[in-house]
Design a protein around this ligand. Structure first.
Ligand SMILES: [Cu+2]
Length: 108
C-alpha cells in the first residue's frame, strides 16, 4: 500500500512537471528601475509562465495588481509566476520598488 502510494505520488509529480514544462514562457528582466519588455502579448485561454530575472544590483518586486501577483527578487535572482487568466484583458505590471518601471501584458 505504502509503495503504490509513493508511486502514485511520483507519477502525479511528474505529470505536474510535464504540464509546467509545456507552458509558454515569457521572460521579463528587471534592472535597477527598468523593466523589459514593456509589452507582452499572450494568447487567451492558455496558462503561461512569466519568468522574471532581477539583473540589477538592487532588490526588485515584480507586481501586477490586476493579476494579483507579486514576487520579491534579490539581485541576480530568477523566479517565475504562473498566470491563469483566460479572457482578453490588459494587465499592467511594474517593479514595486521602482514603480516608474512598468509594462503591460496584453492577453488576446
Ligand atoms: Cu508590492
Amino acid at each position: 500500500m505504502a509503495r503504490s502510494g509513493a508511486l502514485a505520488a511520483v507519477l502525479l509529480l511528474s505529470a505536474v512537471g510535464a504540464r509546467a514544462a509545456d507552458m509558454p514562457v515569457f521572460k521579463i528582466t528587471i534592472r535597477d528601475g527598468t523593466i523589459s519588455p514593456t509589452r507582452i502579448e499572450a494568447p487567451a485561454g492558455t496558462r503561461f509562465k512569466l519568468e522574471i530575472t532581477n539583473a540589477g544590483k538592487s532588490p526588485a518586486e515584480f507586481e501586477s495588481i490586476s493579476l494579483r501577483k507579486e514576487k520579491v527578487l534579490g539581485p541576480g535572482v530568477t523566479s517565475f509566476v504562473v498566470v491563469n487568466p483566460t479572457s482578453p484583458a490588459q494587465h499592467v505590471y511594474f517593479d514595486d520598488f521602482h514603480p516608474q518601471a512598468k509594462g503591460v501584458l496584453v492577453i488576446k
